[in-house]
Write a protein that binds this ligand. Structure first.
Ligand SMILES: Cc1cc2nc3c(=O)[nH]c(=O)nc-3n(C[C@H](O)[C@H](O)[C@H](O)COP(=O)(O)OP(=O)(O)OC[C@H]3O[C@@H](n4cnc5c(N)ncnc54)[C@H](O)[C@@H]3O)c2cc1C
Length: 401
């Protein structure tokens, strides 16, 4: 591999900014151009649906403003990449500028899904978060369309600010598709206990400036509406350039796309995962944090196969949780609990066959390493003592034979 002299990063989010940092840490002395569509320098998104809505004033920038100049990273904000010419190794921006690259990293993140009505309002960016923070206050009526992570986190923040919150979902429980009935019940109870109202089994047909219309034509009045029905990976550039794509940009275990000079990381990257033996795309913070650097090393010819397990976290009311692992789509998973779910304290495991496929700690801390070791053991031929998994007197590390 010829060493690169010029690296362009398309997408100024967490994955892109961490990639730039790693390139310099690895001693790369060439040109780094970081092209970000937003007008704000790279920042982390988790606080947008949590602390910032509560008015903590958190400013979750990835780097200080001066960092970019100090590390000779040419950060261009408001720079939307509109296309690439793979043959000539050039990307084009909306302002008509061509930027040449030896290696290109795509880190363009994801775009919230919409209902498709003009008053749709989603939460992805810092300004979105500021808009909601200003809208939710004591007595405000907020309707949240969708009962996924972002919907529930905003429900939590809005209730804490004194808003009336109604969550509408076609499902019978929040987060049911991700977590299954047993754990989804925990989240439903948590939210009900804090006064969140659920409308299950119906969907929103239309978002109006002052409410929503649900499937049976009933209207729910609202002062603010959040549409939080998931996101799709922002892969237009890759599709138009003819790279291999599907649900995300297809990359190998080194985050290389079907073009050896183009890499992808973060929410858009659908990685051929050597441990999970499947193509996996993870839309979570930990993945952006680690895959940007992994792709950066690979761009310099120093990559190592990706072995990180999918990981995510959430904070809602007084419940904090972390989850690691992966249950293959369609797999029959058995849920077992170590602890007391009614008290919202313990560890939940998803067992597929005779292995721990995933584990989640709820209001119990410093056990992620051990949970991930249990999941890894099952993926690498190790044996886990499943019979004692639920026994809190047995340390998790003692369960691996
Ligand atoms: C409100 C919210 C809360 C979240 N909370 C959690 C949480 O609690 N736990 C968790 O694990 N994960 C959470 N996540 C997910 C996590 O933030 C994402 O997985 C992470 O931001 C992905 O990073 P990324 O760099 O891939 O993409 P992004 O952060 O989306 O960055 C991509 C950037 O690329 C830019 N871009 C797109 N197209 C172009 C283009 N053509 N040219 C130039 N720039 C472009 C975008 O504008 C954006 O700035 C949350 C996400 C949101 C939105």
């Amino acid at each position: 591999m010829t060493p690169p002299e010029s690296i362009v990063i398309a997408g100024g989010g967490l994955a892109g900014a961490k990639a730039a940092e790693t390139l310099r840490e690895e001693g790369f002395g060439g040109r780094i151009t970081l092209l970000g569509a937003e007008l704000i320098r790279p920042y982390e998104r988790p606080p947008l649906s949590k602390g910032r809505l509560l008015g903590t004033g958190e400013e979750p920038f990835v780097h200080d403003e001066s960092w970019y100049a100090e590390h000779d990273v040419d950060l261009r904000l408001g720079a939307v990449v509109t296309g690439m010419d793979r043959k000539n190794h050039v990307v084009r921006t909306a302002s008509g500028e061509d930027v040449a690259y030896d290696r290109l990293l795509l880190a363009t993140g994801a775009t919230p899904r919409r209902i498709g009505t003009p008053a749709d309002s989603t939460l992805r960016t810092w300004p979105d978060s500021d808009r909601f923070a200003a809208a939710i206050d004591k007595g405000t009526r907020l309707v949240i369309v969708g009962a996924g992570w972002i919907g529930l986190e905003v429900a939590s923040a809005a209730r804490q600010r004194g808003a009336h919150v109604t969550v509408v979902t076609p499902d019978s429980l929040p987060l049911r598709k991700v977590l299954g009935d047993t754990v989804a019940e925990v989240f439903a109870d948590l939210h009900r206990a804090h006064g969140v109202e659920f409308r299950f089994g119906t969907h929103v047909r239309e978002v109006l400036p002052d409410g929503v219309i649900v499937a049976d034509d009933t209207r729910i009045d609202a002062d603010a509406v959040l549409v939080a029905i998931g996101a799709t990976p922002s892969i237009d550039l890759a599709v138009e350039a003819g790279l291999a794509t599907g649900d995300g940009v297809h990359v190998d275990a080194l985050h290389t796309t079907s073009d050896p000079d183009i890499f992808a990381a973060g929410d858009i990257a659908a990685v051929e995962h050597p441990l999970l033996k499947a193509r996996v795309r993870v839309e979570h913070w930990g993945n952006a944090l680690d895959s940007g650097p992994a792709a950066a090393r690979a761009m310099l010819g120093r990559g190592t196969p990706w072995e990180k397990l999918p990981y995510f976290f959430t904070d809602q009311f007084d419940l904090g949780m972390e989850y690691a692992g992966w249950v293959p789509p369609g797999a029959e998973a058995r849920v077992v609990v170590r602890g007391d779910l009614a008290a919202r304290e313990g560890i939940v495991f998803w067992l597929v066959g005779d292995r721990v496929a995933a584990g989640m700690n709820l209001n119990v801390w410093d056990v992620q390493e051990q949970i991930q070791a249990l999941v890894r053991a099952g993926l690498t031929g190790g044996k886990v003592d499943l019979d004692r998994l639920t026994d809190p007197s047995v340390p998790l590390e003692d369960l691996i034979a």
